[in-house]
Design a protein around this ligand. Structure first.
Ligand SMILES: [Zn+2]
Length: 96
């Protein structure tokens, strides 16, 4: 019983530590313009379209989506809202 409690406590702790390790690591990958999932170059990612004058939505081979900020010349993970915004824009324009 005690062992089981200790073990689940260990798992929770471990997950917390993992996210603390993974987040800075993802940041470094993005700074290097690499996908945090598959480490492919984001400069080669497929451009899905513009979110605004300075921001472009791109999609990696592994389907992860990122926002490229032209002004800052850097990539960020696309938020759910940004993906939704993009989909809304798509529906407005006729598909060519
Ligand atoms: Zn990827």
């Amino acid at each position: 019983m005690e062992v089981r409690v200790l073990f689940s406590a260990y798992l929770i702790l471990d997950r917390d530590i993992m996210s603390k390790i993974i987040k800075p690591f993802q940041k470094v990958l993005l700074q290097k313009r690499l996908c945090v999932g598959c480490t492919n170059s984001l400069d080669k990612a497929k451009k899905l379209g513009k979110l605004s004058e300075r921001r472009e939505l791109v999609e990696c081979k592994c389907k992860r989506r990122y926002v490229y900020n032209k002004e800052l010349n850097e990539y960020q993970r696309a938020s759910f809202q940004e993906e939704q915004q993009f989909l809304k824009e798509l529906n407005k324009k006729p598909v060519l």
